[in-house]
Design a protein around this ligand. Sequence first.
Ligand code: KIV
Length: 294
Amino acid sequence: MRQERVTVTAVRAMKARGERLVMLTAYDTPTARLLDAAGVDIILVGDSLAMVALGYETTLPVTLEEMLHHTRAVARGAARALVVGDLPFLSYQVSREEALRSAGRMLKEGNAQAVKLEGGLEVAGTVAALVEAGIPVMGHIGLTPQAVHRMGGYKVQGRSADAAARLVQDAVALERAGAFSLVLEGLPWQVAGAVTEAVSIPTIGIGAGPRCDGQVLVTNDLLGLFDEFTPKFVKRYANLRETLLQAFGQFREEVRSGSFPGPEHSFSLEAGEAEKLRRLLARTRPRKVTALRK
Ligand code: KIV
């Protein structure tokens, strides 16, 4: 039986009921199918795509076209989870018109049901314009990777009382602008707790401690597939890197030694046809037919 799609109103209702939200990232159809089957509520096609799947050093280079390509793939695999497409750097900051066009394309061409964008008060007007146009928006405050150069690296934000109070103001501004949820990244747990209490929309934490309404991780981190660096907040639920290395190494050995493919992985001519073929070939190339005798 096909399960009902998780909607942005269902996401908001979960906070009201005190139910924790589960969000993970995906960049392709098979992963989206697995997350859907595992009962994950929200699948984020994060711009982390740039770093974990496309080999870029930061999230800045990934383009809207690349994000759309991967969002479409995820949307094809997710029948139940809410699919949120991340707006990449410079696709929404230059003007509201451009933000509207980029976010609209995420829904129209990417088949996402919502978009995510980074920033606080400074993007509240943009968020309001998107929501006005019928585009659900997930906010993202705290450690915002698109601002890595302004932050001077991937640093925990909101460590002083003043900075923490500004983050609470950012969250309130985004809620007022109509955002349906907020990602809180890289914050002291007390600050994430204060933000969560200050707004009625759900907060989804990553490196923000337990006092959020839900949690998100980058799937490749959770699976132990991205080993360039592992932030403190990542919990590895599997070590797929080791499993994959072992499998690739065994394939290499078996190809080199000739033990793969064996008869169980090979096709055969119909009974009696090998001999006929041998005779046919013998007429044209008499000296090169010995291989068929086996
Ligand atoms: O791009 C991403 O994957 C994200 C999550 C870390 C929230 O923004």
